[in-house]
Design a protein around this ligand. Structure first.
Ligand code: XMP
Length: 333
């Protein structure tokens, strides 16, 4: 039987009971596969890698070594949250690597989006490899592969062309000779979430909106600078907070801020104040191939604008992008 093909008889996991049964089955399978050996996992904090981590912690505890690489392009509070949930909450064997300076160094003066993606993807593998080399006796590599990833790679093998290279920094270092552990590879995203909740992961982590592998790197447009990246991170945190407060977080598929490398003239405290513009993007989609614009209430837009322009240094305007996909892609780069 092709282990990458979902059996037609496999029931869709929609309830806690079905999730519990799936978890029990996978815990047994992982223990059988791994024995007393160690397993390595790149834990980004995204839904898939988080669910795999929680599942493997349940199955093999400290035999799982999680490596969380902070590439300096995470959203505000994200790495701290990974540490809180996994190291403090689930007592995980977690290696935290702050590689911000390495990534930002390599990205200095690089403005081409695909080049930025390539650098971030390659540097991620370098950092991850270096960390893996420091660890003794790792025999397996766990991955948060899910069923749409398998379907997507079949499509790519058939030669369909992509608009962007979509580097996912959780990708597998190909030269590593380790066997794979992929406990959720036959699940669809909605099932992964049900399993995540059944494993006790926080709701916000399990229902986290999609976040690209290159992170804020493709939202700090053009050549990334630390000050503009900082402004973007703060503005994005305000948008997310206001979406949460106004019940939009679970209504909108993806929402974020983009900051282009462009300044406009503004005024603050009666003086000329040149600043960047923060652009709000909020879209709905089912498959990310096309997207529609979510109509954000004017009161929310006004509040977000007031907060960003008063709380974030360097930003003097807020714009709202109402372009669907096509013609705009969801991200600006
Ligand atoms: P676009 O911008 O192509 O985005 O309309 C579609 C979806 O893909 C995400 N995206 C990425 N995800 N690595 C990722 O893992 C990437 O390089 C990347 N670029 C875009 C984007 O956030 C949206 O959800």
């Amino acid at each position: 039987m092709d282990s990458n093909k979902r059996p037609e008889t496999m029931a869709r996991i929609t309830t806690k009971e079905l999730a519990d049964a799936f978890i029990e089955e996978q815990v047994k399978a992982v223990r059988e596969q791994v024995g007393d050996k160690k397993v390595l996992l790149a834990l980004s904090g995204g839904v898939d890698s988080s669910v795999v981590a929680a599942l493997l912690i349940k199955a093999i505890g400290k035999q799982l070594v999680c490596v969380h690489v902070n590439h300096g392009l995470m959203r505000k509070g994200e790495s701290e949250n990974v540490i809180e949930v996994f190291r403090n909450g689930l007592d995980a064997n977690l290696v935290y690597v702050d590689a911000t300076d390495r990534f930002l160094g390599k990205l200095e003066n690089v403005s081409d989006p695909e080049q930025k993606r390539k650098i971030i993807g390659a540097e991620f593998i370098n950092v991850f490899d270096e960390e893996a080399a420091k660890l003794d006796g790792i025999s397996f590599l766990a991955q948060g592969t899910i069923y749409p990833d398998i379907l997507e790679s079949i499509k790519q093998a058939e030669g369909k062309k992509a608009v962007k290279s979509h580097h996912n920094v959780g990708g597998l270092p190909e030269e590593m000779e380790m066997q794979l552990v992929e406990p959720i590879k036959l699940l669809f995203k909605d099932e992964v979430r049900v399993v995540g909740e059944a494993l006790g992961l926080p709701h916000a982590m399990v229902y986290r909106q999609p976040f690209p592998g290159p992170g804020l790197g493709v939202r700090c447009l053009g050549a990334i600078t630390r000050d503009r990246l900082h402004a973007l991170r703060e503005a994005d945190a305000i948008l997310r907070e206001e979406f949460d407060l106004n019940g939009l977080a679970e209504k909108v598929w993806q929402y974020f801020v983009v900051v282009p490398d462009l300044k406009s003239v503004g005024v603050k405290d009666d003086s000329r104040y040149e600043g960047w513009s923060a652009i709000i993007r909020a879209v709905n989609t089912t498959d990310a191939m096309t997207a529609t614009i979510e109509e954000i209430p004017y009161s929310v837009l006004r509040k977000v604008t007031a907060r960003i322009t008063s709380e974030v240094d360097g930003i003097n305007r807020v714009l709202y992008d109402i372009t669907p996909k096509p013609t705009g892609t969801i991200e600006w780069e």
